[in-house]
Design a protein around this ligand. Structure first.
Ligand code: AMP
Ligand code: GLY
Length: 423
């Protein structure tokens, strides 16, 4: 099978590493890819915003299957013209990608199908949003409706913070994404990430994970794309997983099909486990980054037929096998991230990864044959272990082998799970 993978982050390196192990793979391309992905696939220079160019490439190489990694091309609708041109695609249509592209769309699906989530209202002007916030009181959550690279959410502990967030949105802090605002109830509990595949009709559970969104130790400081993750999430007991499937995923699949946008791809449900049980914070329509890295370390089955079954509507004919081991990934980022950072700093050495260890590349590049850091999040140092604590020790031991002066990482990834294991 000839496969094209779209994307260039650590998530896509993990997908490439796993897909390349498939006995079904005959030719493997990635656009635009990165130096880690280049170990498994031929990199192609393609502007992925130019859908015609992507289709032309697929025709030229007689590609059988396109796997889309990130949300931006999905929300921009790359899957639709590819499908119309006859290519199998892993990833939802533009209509179904609204689950991530519009928070208001998702909340309306939740309301219609009785899916547990925080009570909410949608607004297109500041005075009405502010009046609602004053009526509800703090804590309360203010969200820009559209894609805002993880920065459009304010969890406001005071009324003033919430009112200021409304002004930020409508004054253009998030561009078009802030033209509509969702105000929702604050949910109290422990967060977890839930992953399952769908072909539009049925669901296949993958696994659970937890990530660390804040840049600083003890989960402090500004939000980032994620500074580390581990799988499984201890808070996701068998009962919570079953309830999430029944109360959240299954009604969503039904709702999307009934609304004319059957969902095929991966559901990444951000959950809050509250006193009432699992409640939906948000949907993403692609794998998490770095959650994908820990999932791929634990997946024993061939990934390619699983993703293909989503595209072909045959998900009920496949199963996924998982290792009982835990996996943990530590993100190494450029000093200064998530604010400004220096680019093209040299990465002088990477460790040799043994069994159950892997250093995934995110924002790296080759300059004159030498590896440099070009992005904010740059490396994902990942390891497995019998417990999260063991995976953590192995990942940090592996990280000692990274020689990169401009890099930093949090030293406490997995702390919540490790404390639980000690208790
Ligand atoms: P999101 O971009 O929707 O994932 O939101 C970013 C983060 O804000 C989430 O990971 C949560 O930590 C927090 N958050 C979002 N919505 C709520 C809510 N209703 N209650 C409490 N925290 C929330
Ligand atoms: N790590 C969070 C995300 O991928 O959205």
């Amino acid at each position: 099978m000839k496969v094209l993978l779209i994307g260039s982050g650590g998530r896509e390196h993990a997908l490439a590493w796993k897909l390349a192990q498939s006995p079904l793979m005959t030719e493997f391309y990635a656009a635009p890819g990165n130096p880690g992905i280049a170990e498994h696939a031929t990199l192609v220079t393609l502007n992925i915003d130019d859908h015609d160019a992507v289709i032309a490439f697929c025709k030229e190489k007689a590609i059988d299957f396109v796997v889309v990694g990130p949300e931006a091309p999905l929300v921009a609708g790359i899957a639709d013209p590819l499908r119309a041109a006859g290519f199998a695609v892993f990833g939802p249509s533009a209509g179904a990608a609204q689950l991530e592209g519009s928070k208001g769309f998702t909340k309306d699906i939740c309301a219609r199908y009785d899916i547990p989530t925080g009570a909410y209202q949608r607004f297109n002007n500041a005075p009405k949003a502010k009046a609602y916030i004053r009526e509800q009181g703090a804590p309360i959550v203010v969200k820009a409706d559209g894609l805002a690279a993880g920065k459009g959410v304010t969890v406001a502990m005071t009324l003033d913070e919430a009112l200021a967030a409304v002004d930020d949105c409508f004054e253009g802090a998030f561009g078009e994404a802030g033209a509509e605002v969702v105000v929702e109830a604050y949910l109290d509990g422990e967060e977890a990430s839930f992953f399952c595949l769908s072909d539009g009709k049925s669901a296949l559970l993958l696994a659970t994970a937890q990530d660390h969104k804040r840049v600083g130790e003890g989960d402090t400081g500004p939000n980032t794309g994620g500074m580390g993750a581990y799988s499984p999430a201890p808070v996701m007991t068998a009962e919570m997983i079953e309830r999430t499937m029944k109360e959240i995923i299954e009604p969503t699949i039904r709702g999307m099909a009934e609304s004319g946008h059957p969902f095929s791809g991966v559901f990444f449900a951000g959950l809050m486990i509250t006193a009432k049980g699992p409640e939906l914070i948000e949907y993403n329509v692609r794998f998490g980054d770095p959650e994908c890295q820990v999932l791929m370390m634990r997946l024993k089955s061939d990934l390619l037929p699983l993703l293909l079954a989503c595209a072909n509507g045959t998900l009920d004919q496949v199963t996924a096998e998982w290792s009982d081991d835990a996996a943990l990934s530590v993100v190494m980022a450029s000093k200064g991230y998530p604010a400004a950072y220096e680019k093209n700093t040299p990465i002088l050495a990477l460790p040799k990864a043994g069994e159950g260890e892997k250093v995934f590349h995110a924002g790296t590049a080759l300059k004159d044959g030498s590896l440099v850091a070009t992005g904010g999040r740059v490396l994902n140092v990942t390891a497995t272990g019998a417990t999260v604590g063991e995976a953590k020790d192995r990942a940090y031991a592996l990280l000692e082998g990274v020689k990169w002066d401009n890099g930093f990482c949090r030293r406490d990834i997995g702390w919540r799970a490790v404390e639980r294991e000690k208790a």
